[in-house]
Design a protein around this ligand. Structure first.
Ligand code: GTP
Ligand code: MG
Length: 432
């Protein structure tokens, strides 16, 4: 099927001519990146299109073209990529699978009891105490697993494995195995409203409940003044805790915008994520993360956050609960519907809501994306928006794919700046 073909678009050496270099980007002539997506800009004459299977001679690149690679997707093409016969899950169903809060009762395993018995052998009257100790109960440990994307697989109660009882002939009981609970990256563990752990990196572990210590057998109590102790102790019960797990989606970039601004359409256009798109507000009910692939196996994770409206911090619309997913995003993309009158008010409102949620959140590195440039009223609003904001705005259309390459390039610039800053602080940058 033609739509399923992988396309690669070769970007000419003279790309800066067509992309306004208003960000002062260092447009390196070297290979910049290639995003593994399917659609191309057929309307840009200076872009040539090649597929591995069958090149149209008229569309072949000229010999002098540099081998810089770039490709981007287009929302309407993206829709056709869905596998035939496999119906995508509706947003409502997806929401059921996406759980970002969980209350969990965790109980460590109980310790095994110590044994009380005496050595018995023919012709050996006083064999002495030989009761072994009980095994320790197993801990319950929360462990970050990159494959787990929501807290839906986390149960409401976990009971750790108990240790075995001690036996005769100085046999010690086996300790209970550790019970691992897999949680997604970005899980916050709270107890009584207090944050006790922040599992933000792959492989992070937190001991949620300690296993109880095993009891002592009577052999343990053997002493010079007591050669035949009968005392043994029971195992201790495991620790019990009620924990609140909270997921904060971890992605490089977070898309923030009013409902219907086209965030989901944009994510579909630049990545393989498939959030639902519809013309009614609050279509998206849970965060979606899409991966944008660049050359050299570099990946940038972009999160589509449900729509935010004015007064979200007072629980209007879907409320501000989703803003916590933005907290972990390293940089933001403010998506504005350019076809609406006075689109700059959207940016102001979004920044205000972010600021009300957490001070300084709106100051994160960000870009302003003006979507729906294909509509005639949007074109008229663009210069006004630029004047009001006094900064560069990336005007594009998620529907037609117009100017998506500028967003992809800027995304890379933001990502590179983040990586540099993290390395400068001696920290490992987030890798998807
Ligand atoms: N003309 C035009 N329509 C667009 C464009 N992008 C999105 N739309 C339309 O805008 C409507 C809303 O798009 P969505 O992607 O669902 O918007 P959203 O921001 O994810 O909305 P919520 O999930 O409700 O927050 C849909 O009908 C899209 O087809 C665009 O670039 N041009
Ligand atoms: Mg949406």
């Amino acid at each position: 099927m033609a739509a399923a073909c992988e396309f690669r678009v070769k970007l000419f050496r003279n790309l800066p001519k067509y992309l306004p270099n208003t960000y002062g980007w260092a447009m390196s002539p070297a290979r910049l990146f290639s995003a593994r997506l399917r659609t191309v800009f057929e309307d840009v004459g200076h872009w040539a299109l090649s597929t591995w299977a069958g090149l149209k001679p008229s569309r072949r690149l000229p010999q002098q073209a540099s081998p810089r690679l770039l490709s981007v997707g287009r929302a309407d093409h993206a829709k056709r990529q869905e596998l035939p016969g496999k119906k995508p899950l509706s947003e409502k169903k997806l929401k059921r699978y996406f759980v970002d809060c969980r209350r969990v009762l965790v109980c460590g395993g109980n310790g095994g009891a110590g044994a009380s018995c005496f050595h018995s052998e023919p012709r050996k009257e006083f064999g002495g105490p030989d009761g072994g100790d009980g095994g320790n109960g197993g801990h319950v440990i929360l462990r970050v697993d990159q494959q787990v994307k929501s807290l839906s697989s986390v149960l409401s109660r976990y009971q750790g494995f108990s240790g075995e009882d001690g036996g005769s002939k100085n046999c010690f009981g086996r300790s209970g195995a550790v019970l691992y609970v897999q949680v997604p990256v970005g899980t916050l563990v709270k107890e009584g409203g207090r944050v006790v752990a922040d599992l933000s990196r792959v492989g992070d572990e937190y001991i949620a409940a300690l296993g109880g210590a095993g009891g002592k057998g009577n052999r343990f109590f053997l002493a010079n003044d007591n050669r035949a102790p009968v005392t043994c102790t029971p195992g201790q019960p495991g620790q019990q805790r009620v924990l609140h797990l909270e997921l904060k989606t971890v992605a490089h970039a977070g898309m923030v915008g009013f409902p219907n601004a086209g965030k989901s359409s944009l994510l579909r256009a630049i990545s393989n994520a498939r959030p639902a798109v519809a013309s009614y507000p609050f279509t998206t009910l849970k965060p979606h993360v899409g991966i944008v692939h660049y050359e050299g196996h570099q990946q940038i994770a972009v999160a589509d956050i449900p729509g935010i409206i004015r007064g979200a911090h007072q629980n209007r619309g879907l409320g501000s609960a989703f803003l916590r997913h933005i907290e972990r995003c390293r940089f933001l993309l403010f998506v504005v519907d350019l076809s609406q009158p006075e689109p700059w008010t959207q940016v102001d409102d979004l920044k205000y809501e972010l600021e009300m949620y957490e001070e300084g959140l709106s100051e994160r590195p960000h870009a302003i994306i003006a979507n729906k440039i294909d509509l005639p009223e949007a074109r008229a609003n663009l210069s006004q928006l630029r004047d009001h904001l006094g900064r560069e705005v990336i005007a594009l259309s998620a529907l037609t794919g117009e100017n998506l390459e500028q967003l992809l390039l800027h995304l890379k610039v933001l990502h590179d700046a983040y990586v540099e800053a993290e390395l400068g602080k001696g920290r490992q940058p987030l890798r998807w």
